[in-house]
Design a protein around this ligand. Structure first.
Ligand SMILES: *Cc1c(COP(=O)(O)O)cnc(C)c1O
Length: 458
């Protein structure tokens, strides 16, 4: 990774100046993207290529071809082979978040319940492993183009497993991506290797080892774990490295969620149009998951969907990247921040350039949240809904308050005219992980959140 120069200060007249100074002080902030376009071409630049909704449809179709095989491999899918999460109404959470009337409806997209991987990483991670397995299977004649889901069940045969067993699937991860890739790859018979940073949680390493995944621990942060894994894999033709910072397959796997959410919104009778905007709040690490979903939603639902990324105040790498603009690739360290956060799914110092390029004309904005607030949100969610989420997954709950309550958020709402239709709007907070958090760990999160809430109460 080359050393990058921090971006020069934007002139103080830029609308970004307020966000930049709050970001450097590690204070929660709201930033609206001045480059968002109301009209988009059908294909958008994503790294060295361009992607369209057709690529998202291809990912949806791939999940479909593998559904019967996934149902065979993962009994927890209940025979359906569909890895999806519910869309939950959350009106009871509004008072706890301090909502006043007239701000719209609140829903939770419950990826914290996603089976197999226990987090949003089930989407991208599974997709990339399936795409790699499919390529090998086609090359070796185990399946043929046009085969259906029944034919794909052959990929659990001893013949297929011995083919896959010759290959290694490797990934660098803070935890959740490793869980997803490791579990999916080893279930298909691949050798699975997960490079983890020092800050990865012990229970995640243990869960992987129990499934026969080799865990390699690296001193230093997430970025170093990825770089080490990438270097080891480049030297080996039988190794497929899942590159969180550069992978289109991951991103497209995430984007497939847009089709499912569209169906859920329709089933719930939720319109998305000029009078009924949809605000979606997505926790952001390197940016691949939220960018894939935002891309899919924007292409599928049109300009009245507004996606906001939520990041910890010490790890706002995506906001840093959006403020720097194209050409630069600064890290949060360059802004004097530490990248220290309990939100391990979001503890990333530098954004994916692929995700940043894709989001430039799509993203509506970013917001940041303190760690202490994450734990308080986690408790509010538990008390109001009974749902158990991990700290990373709580980041989006600061979004609606910052959008409707901060000066920068209100200014953006007034400037876009959205303030006039707020009452008819829908806010979807994407909760991205939690299913596999061990009870003792979760109890500690709750304790910390309750202590924080009690301190505010006095
Ligand atoms: C990975 C992760 C995210 C963000 O995904 P990125 O692709 O890194 O931006 C959000 N929440 C959780 C729980 C995660 O594990």
């Amino acid at each position: 990774m080359p050393n990058t120069v921090p971006p020069s200060n934007p002139p103080t007249t830029r609308p970004d100046a307020g966000a930049l100074s709050a970001l450097r002080r590690a204070e929660p902030c709201f930033w609206a993207n001045p480059d968002r376009a109301s009209n988009l071409p059908t294909a958008l630049p994503a790294g060295a290529t361009a992607i369209s909704l057709g690529d998202t449809k291809a990912a949806v179709a791939r999940f479909g071809r593998f559904a019967a095989l996934l149902a065979d491999l993962f009994p927890e899918l209940g025979g359906s082979g569909v890895i999806e999460s519910p869309l939950l109404p959350a009106p009871a959470l509004k008072p706890a978040l301090g909502w006043t009337e007239g701000k719209g409806a609140l829903w939770i997209k419950a990826d914290h319940r996603l089976p197999v991987a226990g987090s949003i990483k089930a989407r991208g991670g599974l997709h990339e492993v399936l795409e790699f397995a499919e390529r090998l299977a086609l090359e070796h004649g185990l399946v043929a183009p046009g085969d259906d889901a029944q034919a794909y069940r052959a990929l659990a045969s001893p013949q297929a497993r011995s083919l896959f067993g010759r290959y290694q699937v490797a990934v660098g991860s803070t935890g959740n991506l490793g869980l997803s890739i490791g579990v999916a790859a080893s279930a298909l018979g691949f050798q699975a290797v997960v490079h983890m940073s020092a800050d990865a949680k012990e229970w995640k390493k243990e869960r992987l080892r129990q499934r026969g995944v080799r865990v390699v621990e690296h001193a230093g942060d997430y970025e170093r774990a990825v770089a080490a894994g990438r270097a080891e894999a480049e030297a080996d033709r039988f190794c497929h490295f899942v590159d969180d910072e550069r992978s289109l397959s991951l991103l497209l796997g995430y984007s497939a969620a847009a089709f499912h959410l569209q169906a859920q919104l329709e089933a719930a009778g939720i319109a998305v149009d000029a009078d009924h905007p949809l605000f979606v709040y997505l926790p952001c690490g390197v940016g691949g998951a939220p960018a894939g979903i935002a891309f899919g939603l924007r292409q599928l639902l049109g300009p009245h969907v507004h996606c906001f990324f939520a990041e910890p105040v010490q790890s706002p790498c995506f906001l840093v990247q959006m403020l720097a603009g194209e050409g630069g690739h600064p890290s949060v360290y360059d802004q004097g921040l530490t990248n220290d956060t309990e939100a391990d799914g979001l503890a990333v110092p530098r954004a994916s350039l692929l995700a940043a390029a894709l989001m430039r004309p799509v993203l509506s904005g970013c917001c940041t949240v303190r760690d202490a607030t994450l734990f308080e949100h986690l408790v509010r969610v538990l008390d109001a809904t009974g749902e158990r989420i991990e700290p990373s997954a709580a980041a989006g709950f600061s979004g609606p308050g910052l959008l409707t309550g901060s000066p920068a958020g209100r200014e953006w709402l007034a400037g876009t005219g959205l303030d006039r239709v707020l009452a008819g709007s829908t806010h979807v907070v994407w909760t991205t992980g939690g299913l596999f958090v061990p009870p003792h760990e979760y109890a500690r999160f709750v304790e910390r959140g309750r202590a924080g809430l009690a301190a505010h109460a006095v």
